[in-house]
Design a protein around this ligand. Structure first.
Ligand SMILES: O=C(O)CCC(=O)C(=O)O
Ligand SMILES: [Fe+2]
Length: 351
């Protein structure tokens, strides 16, 4: 099949020899930083290999989610995501999310794991929280390592983004591991159904692991859709909306979707994936980093007046230059990561 991967149009980044976020190997981080920078600025995505997440950890989570989805609906309902809970934790049955707008229904089960200490279905699926916690911890470490490379690639201090992502998978931070199961659709026509409608992710970046069923498509700079293709074991990283804002549009949030397979055989099989959405701590202001010191000062004063915390390391903002040819983001309103996500979640789950 013709895919972006088969046409060598997706950068592949080897994460070997980088060390860890706490004990980074400088030369490895610098190499990855440069690759990450050119991948995110040029394409909005990359495939990561040697990322340190064992395939078995993923399979264990896919199996646990399968068992959960086999439960009768009434037993699953005890774990439903609560719209008013202030976090994104819990089970989302098929048909609840709307990315594409209109009447297209998303046929997928999602269990959003935003907390590891509550609301997990161990009583129904013994061991669910153990396998989820092990995988979430691996993703969190990988995310921290990439946050270091990301800052380095932007000419910022290595811990610049780590400081504003200190609470991943804890309260006060919306980072979330979404486990996904797309059930088989059978041989019937699938008009009005999709697996996942087109959208960009809302946070800093997303790490996406998938099984081999395929269907993931990304929007190319010419606005056409390209099929990603399968590189066994690789994890996809793509920029989210916050990173786009911070970089003044330099790292565009990648629009993507999961289509229903054309071949009947593939439509009759399920698909599994896990998306790890990396978000900053809730009180992090969302404002372009590409500000002059004077502009940064004004934004900070406004932020403080509206009760949000000082932008992390805002003095470093001038180190980043505004991208050529893009409108200056000078006067974008300031709001926090929490406010941004709540607004997006209200849109996604509006009925
Ligand atoms: O399942 C996938 O491969 C993608 C899911 C996705 O993009 C999302 O949930 O935001
Ligand atoms: Fe997504």
């Amino acid at each position: 099949m013709d895919t972006l991967l088969s046409r060598a149009e997706i950068p592949i980044i080897d994460l070997a020899h980088m060390g860890t976020a706490e004990a980074p190997v400088r030369s490895g981080v610098r190499r990855v930083a440069a690759q990450l920078h050119s991948s995110l600025a040029g394409k909005g995505l990359a495939l990561l290999v040697n990322h340190g997440i064992p395939e078995e950890r993923l399979r264990a989570v896919y199996r646990a989610l399968d068992k959960f989805c086999e439960l009768p609906p009434a037993r699953r309902a005890a774990y439903l995501r609560q719209a008013d809970a202030g976090d994104n934790h819990g089970y989302v049955p098929p048909g609840c999310e709307r990315f594409s707008g209109g009447e297209v229904r998303e046929v997928r089960h999602a269990f959003n794991v935003a907390r590891l200490d509550r609301g997990l279905p161990d009583a129904e699926v013994p061991g669910f929280s153990d396998v989820a916690a092990a995988l979430a911890d691996d993703f969190r470490r990988l995310a921290a390592l990439l946050l270091r490379a990301l800052a380095t690639g932007l000419g910022l201090q290595g811990d610049y983004f780590l400081r504003s992502h200190a609470r991943m998978m804890q309260s006060g931070n919306a980072t979330c591991m979404r486990t996904l199961y797309y059930p088989p659709l059978g041989a019937e026509p699938t008009a009005g159904l999709t697996r996942c409608g087109e959208h960009a992710d809302y946070g800093t970046f997303t790490l996406l692991a998938q099984d081999c069923e395929g269907g993931l498509e990304v929007q190319l700079p010419n606005r056409r859709w390209g099929r990603v293709g399968h590189l066994p074991g690789a994890i996809l990283v793509n920029a989210g909306e916050l990173l786009e804002t911070w970089t003044g549009g330099n790292y565009a949030a990648l629009r993507h979707r999961v289509v229903v397979p054309e071949q009947e055989g593939a439509r009759c099989r399920g698909r599994h994936s896990v998306a790890f959405f990396v978000h900053p701590d809730d009180d992090t202001p969302v404002a372009p980093l590409a500000l002059t010191p004077a502009e940064a000062e004004v934004q900070t004063t406004q932020a403080q007046a509206s009760g949000v915390a000082t932008p992390p390391g805002r003095g470093l903002a001038r180190l980043m230059s505004a991208p050529a040819g893009k409108p200056s983001p000078k006067h974008s309103p300031i709001y926090t990561a929490y406010q941004h996500l709540q607004m997006r979640l209200r849109e996604t789950y509006a009925s």
